[in-house]
Design a protein around this ligand. Structure first.
Ligand code: 5GP
Ligand code: ZN
Length: 113
């Protein structure tokens, strides 16, 4: 997607602090972190958001959660972290390439805002 911010980050056209990459996903630090650990896990395939995902995307969506769990383990935040999709503008989605937030490293209140 030529005009997509996160596709440009995957392609290296826009710099980011890369955390992890493989053939299916790219993970980088959020530019405006909400916690000591705040990563964005994105598929290399351009998917607009969770409500636009299709049955064929089930595997990549599950894989993104497992990547989050792996990074949570590696970064020693397993005492408590959160994986979050903001779905739609009313929930704060501001970039329309699906991204799983991995947030941890501090106490996280519930319910979220
Ligand atoms: P959303 O609000 O859509 O759930 O999450 C988008 C996230 O992307 C926000 O937390 C925001 O800080 C982050 N973000 C927006 N633009 C950039 C960017 O250019 N680089 C990085 N690393 N993060 C970004
Ligand atoms: Zn994209």
């Amino acid at each position: 997607m030529a005009d997509c911010l996160f596709c440009k980050i995957i392609d290296g056209k826009i710099p980011s602090k890369k955390v992890y990459e493989d053939d299916r996903v790219f993970v980088f630090e959020d530019i405006n972190p909400q916690a000591p650990t705040h990563f964005l896990i994105i598929p290399k395939k351009h998917i607009v958001g969770l409500k636009e995902a299709e049955a064929a995307d089930a595997e990549i969506l599950g894989y993104m959660q497992l990547v989050a769990a792996k990074l949570g383990r590696e970064r020693n935040i397993e005492s408590g972290y959160r994986t979050v999709y903001n779905v739609g503008p009313g929930a704060g989605q501001s970039v329309f390439h699906i991204h799983l937030h991995l947030i941890g490293g501090r106490p996280l209140a519930w319910p979220p805002g």
